[in-house]
Design a binder for this molecule. Structure first.
Ligand code: NAP
Ligand code: G4F
Length: 335
């Protein structure tokens, strides 16, 4: 029998890559999206290639609406549940701390309760984050590193992380948390720094934009490719026992370095286009993330395939292609 998986936040970066992976493996994927006034094709662009696939079912749900999650678990009796839905922007979490906490903490708790009460055999994956290490810069950060969150986003994620451990110990639910370091791709949201840089570089190259406004360039991140990281999520739920794992590349680079790489690909000078704007600084910054994925490598046999330079290049090339395509459509509206 083919497996059924629920993925919340399926229209986001990770939800879309995970859907590709699971459908390839013969799963039926129930992907949830949130209604909004923006047009449907815009909202679902990361999964547009799956909309006609009969193994991909889109369901409207909001993770802060417990009834919608109970309904889904009741109706589909899933084998696996991936809780990827989140208000995932750290900077935004300072502006919307309450709703961020409702989504990132309560969304996890409602899902755990729905599983406990209706399908306790369903395996559960929680999208935990390296942001939970916060301002603890003891590097590299691994499974035993002390958490020290410094944003509403990270605080809510840490509470959810502990909730997952609590349900595992208290009720024996197969609930695993992946503590994932930053992972990016051409499907990354446009207000995360990597995508903001690759899109701007492509547009500046084509004469569509002149400047790029950024915040703190000295922050360091351990950046990998989302396709590698969703493979790790799936491997966690196939493991013999539920547990917590860190996924990371084991390399760290600054925002400045990412910018330099991308501008070099684009043949642009940073000083001619980049403006530092205090608007993009955060009230509290996570200065350095550098992960140690040894446990996942040894116990799961996971390893990342794409490196930092390939990732930056792929993102820039794809943004350039998309911007050119938009230009061609504007030039030839009938095509
Ligand atoms: P993303 O692109 O921002 O996707 C998040 C998804 O959650 C979107 O589809 C969003 O839909 C949905 N969502 C937000 N609020 C919701 C709600 N109340 N009910 C239902 N859906 C809701 O994030 P991502 O990069 O794919 O990350 C996936 C998960 O991994 C997130 O939980 C994130 O916090 C976590 N994580 C990400 C990284 C990373 O580097 N990417 C690292 C560690 C952990 P809308 O379009 O409607 O907002
Ligand atoms: O791209 P970012 O917004 O990602 P951040 O804050 O590291 O969070 C991402 O990774 C986490 C895992 O570690 C996830 F849990 C989270 O959901 C998200 O996916 O910012 C990266 C760095 C920060 O230090 C930020 O201050 O870039 C710096 N930065 C500098 N200028 C900027 C900008 N960030 C953004 N978004 N926009 C800027 O203009």
């Amino acid at each position: 029998m083919n497996k059924t998986a629920i993925i919340t936040g399926v229209t986001g970066q990770d939800g879309s890559y995970l859907s590709d992976l699971l459908i390839d493996k013969g799963y039926t994927v129930i992907g949830t999206y949130r209604r909004s006034v923006s047009d449907f094709s815009n909202k679902t662009q990361n999964v547009s290639h799956l909309l006609d696939n009969r193994n991909f079912i889109l369901e409207e749900a909001d993770v802060t609406d417990s009834a919608s999650l109970y309904r889904l678990v009741h109706e589909y009796q899933p084998d696996e549940y991936y809780n990827l839905a989140a208000q995932s922007h750290v900077g935004t979490s300072f502006k919307t701390p309450v709703s961020t906490t409702e989504i990132n903490l309560m969304g996890c708790l409602y899902a755990l309760e729905a599983i406990r009460l209706q399908k306790p055999a369903c395996k559960f994956y929680q999208a935990s984050t390296s942001e939970m290490f916060g301002d603890n810069t003891r590097c590299p950060q691994g499974i035993d590193t002390t958490f020290s969150p410094v944003s509403p986003y990270a605080c809510a994620k840490l509470a959810a992380h502990h909730m997952v451990g609590t349900y595992r110990k208290s009720y024996g639910i197969f609930a695993s948390s992946g503590i994932l370091f930053n992972h990016e791709s051409p499907r990354r949201g446009e207000n995360f720094v990597t995508r903001k840089i690759t899109k701007a570089a492509a547009r500046i190259n084509l004469g569509l934009q002149k400047e790029l406004r950024l915040g703190n360039l000295s922050a360091q991140r351990d950046w990998g490719h989302a396709a590698d990281f969703v493979r790790g999520m799936w491997m966690m739920l196939q493991h013999e026992k539920a547990d917590d794992f860190v996924l990371a590349t084991g390399r760290t680079n600054s925002v400045q370095k990412f910018l330099e790489y991308v501008f070099a690909f684009a043949g642009l000078e940073i000083k001619d286009h980049v403006i530092i704007d205090p608007k993009f600084y955060r009230p509290c910054e996570v200065p350095k993330l550098w992960g140690n994925p040894d446990k996942a490598i040894i116990e799961l046999g996971w390893s990342p395939e794409c490196d930092f330079e390939e990732l930056a290049f792929e993102m820039y090339e794809e943004d350039l292609r998309r911007e050119k395509e938009k230009l061609n459509k504007t030039d030839n509206p009938d095509v």
